[in-house]
Design a protein around this ligand. Sequence first.
Ligand SMILES: Cc1cc2nc3c(=O)[nH]c(=O)nc-3n(C[C@H](O)[C@H](O)[C@H](O)COP(=O)(O)OP(=O)(O)OC[C@H]3O[C@@H](n4cnc5c(N)ncnc54)[C@H](O)[C@@H]3O)c2cc1C
Length: 256
Amino acid sequence: MTEPNTGSDLAAIKTTAAEKGGDIIINGQKTFISNGINCDLLVLAARDPAIENPYQAIGLYLVEAGTPGFEKGKKIKKIGWKGQDTAELFFSDCRIPAGNRLGEKGGGFMMLVQKLQQERLMCCIIAVAAAERMLEMTIPYCKERKAFGKPISKFQNTQFKIVEMATEIKLGRTFLDKLIMDHAEGKNIVVEVSMAKYWTTEMAMRVADQCLQLHGGYGYCEEYPIARAWRDTRVMSIFAGTNEIMKTIAAKFMGL
Ligand SMILES: Cc1cc2nc3c(=O)[nH]c(=O)nc-3n(C[C@H](O)[C@H](O)[C@H](O)COP(=O)(O)OP(=O)(O)OC[C@H]3O[C@@H](n4cnc5c(N)ncnc54)[C@H](O)[C@@H]3O)c2cc1C
């Protein structure tokens, strides 16, 4: 989906998929594509230049790696998630068969709207699981690390912070488990998952920051896993739709 000049505003994508002689010709550019370097098969969002209304123009197309005109660009250097490749992709008169269109012609936007809630649910799962793990790493550290002659877990501030984090994580887990069940039952969870994506990822970011603080200077060192967890958590409010966009979706569906 994402292009250099548009991420949040999906309707503004510029990559074109034009019908020509029974084939589809793709031109344009994508960026921030997870696993773009490793991919063998790509699901590409592109617009039919013959249709003006962006909501009807967007389609989803299957493009195989190695198709002439499809080039993988550089692996983007990120501050976290270094194990995952994030790529730029380029399309120049890339010809694919019309049969590579997924679903109905012009149905891409609706397919994305329907399925992106599942991606956001996965993002909540990552956020809650990460927060649980960061607290699990931090509690033993606080019990072992001593200051002023006693474990730092004996300071009231440490106890309050840990209890506050544990409470937030449990709230997130409860909300998340309910959404997983609702989603599995086929219910529409678009409002709740938008709320949960923004809230659980911001909760994970708060937990990451507080857990790092409780590690003191060691939290800022690469050899302590909390340092990497803190870096990796930061992106969660950005990808899968920014948290601001989550609030605009919830507001819209709440009739505001
Ligand atoms: C590690 C990583 C992996 C990614 N993987 C993928 C992938 O696999 N596929 C893919 O398609 N994309 C992927 N993305 C892209 C990601 O989805 C976009 O970065 C994200 O949607 C934001 O788009 P943008 O970066 O263009 O920011 P912009 O849209 O330029 O937003 C910039 C800021 O403006 C705010 N903003 C924009 N519009 C509004 C509004 N209406 N109201 C209030 N605030 C607004 C945003 O919330 C944000 O804070 C990935 C990104 C990263 C960092």
